[in-house]
Design a protein. Structure first.
Length: 159
């Protein structure tokens, strides 16, 4: 686990990845507060309790700093920023059956463009994860000596 740095002022354009998702029948959009319970349940089912807590923080901000991928009426992915620390991107996840269709790239770029629009110049991708994916999609680079970063001393379940 390491953090990565992204230049938000040099992001790839959002339109092509959004168009690709539309062609797959997937909508990428900002989440809205009435969906919070549904999104948190879905994350608990597919991923980790720590991600539920982080997404809860994103869902409680205004504007909400969580983006979702929706296919039909079904949630198939999410991404968040400003959860554990300001300027931090993550967590994000796509359901296993949806992976490989560009949805992760679209969710990542939607959040990063949103961060730039909110006034950030650089983004930090916290505690990755798939380094090659982040480098490929947004040119993120590893921040040396960034483990465990802002997560130091975090309480964890003892299951
Ligand atoms: C990482 C994740 C979000 C990627 O979602 P996805 O929808 O499958 O990704 P995409 O289809 O948008 O992939 C875009 C590109 O990145 C590549 N890629 C995807 N996952 C990758 C990985 N783990 N490592 C390296 N490259 C990866 C794809 O091959 C694709 O390349 P292409 O454009 O040349 O075809 C998804 O695998 C996931 O939810 N993983 C589990 C949760 C997780 O690790 N989240 C990140 C926590 S830091």
């Amino acid at each position: 686990m390491t953090d990565m740095l992204v230049k938000l002022y040099q992001l790839p354009p959002l339109t092509p990845v959004m168009q690709q998702q539309t062609e797959h029948g997937i909508t990428i959009r900002r989440a809205i507060p009435p969906e919070k319970h549904h999104i948190l349940d879905w994350i608990r089912q597919h991923f980790y309790d720590t991600w539920v807590s982080e997404c809860d923080a994103a869902m409680s901000r205004m504007p909400v700093s969580c983006w979702v991928a929706v296919e039909g009426q079904k949630l198939v992915g999410f991404s968040c920023y400003d959860t554990t620390a300001k300027g931090f991107f993550g967590p994000m996840g796509v359901s296993e059956i949806t992976r490989g269709r560009g949805t992760g790239a679209a969710l990542l770029l939607a959040c990063l463009h949103d961060m730039y629009a909110q006034g950030y110049g650089y983004g930090i991708i916290g505690g990755v994860g798939p380094i090659d994916f982040y480098n490929k999609i947004c040119g993120a680079t590893v921040i040396p000596d960034s483990t465990p970063s802002v997560y130091s001393g975090m309480l964890e379940s003892s299951e």
